[in-house]
Unconditional design. Structure first.
Length: 382
């Protein structure tokens, strides 16, 4: 007689919400659903509209990796929904409950749900950690993080840096490791070559196009990159910057920098949420992807770049450098100092015709440890 599959409940955000965290949950669900009985509990209300810096929290794409089935019952601000969610989990009596953690804002919500679980189920609470505390955290963030993560009996992390950071909150709880999956699933317009995509965005054939992708906040260092470009364009007439993503900061600050350094002809900017079906053209049109971050844990943008076999130029902050083989899959810059970023980009430009970055990236992608995530869950289930 066939044995019954172990029951896992994933608690977090997925479709119809947008963003890398939601996509990660889809990857995780798809990776586990064959071997386990998996169910996703999603948010009915994620962020209050007044607190969300973008235009919409919802994924307006016409094409998707998958529309993960989920029960939208959590309201991040409504304790009655927390109680209802806990009661639902109790009724399912799962073997493991995994809360996806990326921001302290959800500390009260997750704590409320965990508080309503039965005593036996509280021992099965695991937290999947993207960021321990938000990149632009405050004192209240630390309080909310402690409130939420105190419920974890196990922790799953996505980089060595986060595995180290979580020790402040994990006590003696075991810590497990996987990594972000490589995002090579985005639809590609087969009717256009990479060169045609490049030309369609306003670049010339021989331009060296560096891409800054994703939503824009101070910690991501776009201002550092713009200033670096004021030096780079004096050395390389054909180096260009492509910026694609929605501003969560005031765009005027960045536009003023472009004006200040007279870079209007060197920077192409798209201030908008990039729908799934539009993602490929920006990466295909680019030579490399730059992540000049001031702080980081791991990065979904890096994994998108790798999905398109593009090298990355990253600052050595958080766990970013863990996933870059120096002078093979990209360039690691020691700091987010402008001079270091300039030197890192120059190092890439000098080596791009000598090093087969594309093949090196493909080899690294083949060894991505997310492929072993089922085994990690079996280990967590004991």
């Amino acid at each position: 007689m066939k044995s019954q599959k172990q029951k896992i409940i994933l608690v977090g955000v997925t479709y119809p919400y947008r963003g890398g965290i939601a996509v990660y949950m889809t990857f995780l669900y798809n990776a586990l659903k064959t071997d386990f009985d998996v169910e996703v509990i999603n948010f009915s209300t994620l962020y209050p509209e007044l607190l969300f810096p973008g235009k919409t929290q919802y994924d307006t794409s016409t094409q998707h990796l998958d529309k993960t089935p989920s029960k939208r019952m959590m309201n991040s601000m409504n304790p009655l929904s927390w109680r209802k969610t806990a009661q639902y989990i109790n009724s399912k009596n799962p073997d493991l409950i995994l809360f996806d953690w990326w921001h302290p804002f959800f500390g009260m919500c997750y704590n409320g749900i965990c508080g309503g679980l039965t005593k036996s189920l509280r021992k099965k609470v695991t937290f999947n950690i993207h960021n321990v505390v938000s990149h632009e955290g405050s004192k209240i963030d630390s309080v909310l993080t402690k409130l939420g993560l105190r419920n974890g009996t196990k922790f799953l992390t996505l980089s060595n840096k986060v595995a180290e950071d979580i020790k402040t909150y994990s006590g003696d709880a075991p810590i497990f490791r996987t990594e972000l999956p490589t995002h090579g699933w985005y639809p590609i317009d087969a009717s256009k070559t990479a060169l045609e995509q490049k030309l369609s965005l306003g670049f010339e054939k021989h331009d060296i196009v560096l891409l800054f992708f994703g939503y824009i906040r101070k910690y991501k260092g776009l201002d550092i990159l713009i200033e670096a470009f004021s030096d780079l364009v004096k050395q390389h007439n054909n180096v260009k910057l492509l910026v694609a993503g929605e501003f969560y900061d005031k765009p005027e600050f960045y536009h003023n920098l472009i004006e200040k350094f007279d870079l209007k002809k060197k920077v192409v900017m798209f201030n908008e949420f990039i729908a799934n079906e539009e993602v490929a053209k920006y990466f295909l049109a680019s030579d490399a992807v730059v992540l000049p971050y001031r702080s980081a844990t791991q990065s979904g943008i890096m994994n998108i770049a790798y999905g398109f076999s593009k090298p990355v130029i990253v600052t050595d902050v958080g766990g970013l450098a863990e996933f870059v083989q120096q002078d093979k899959t990209g360039i690691v810059v020691p700091t987010s100092n402008v001079k270091d970023v300039v030197a890192g980009i120059n190092r890439y430009i000098a080596s791009k015709d000598e090093i087969d970055f594309e093949e090196n990236v493909k080899a690294q992608v083949a060894g991505n440890s997310f492929g072993d995530v089922v085994g990690v869950f079996r280990e967590m289930l004991g």
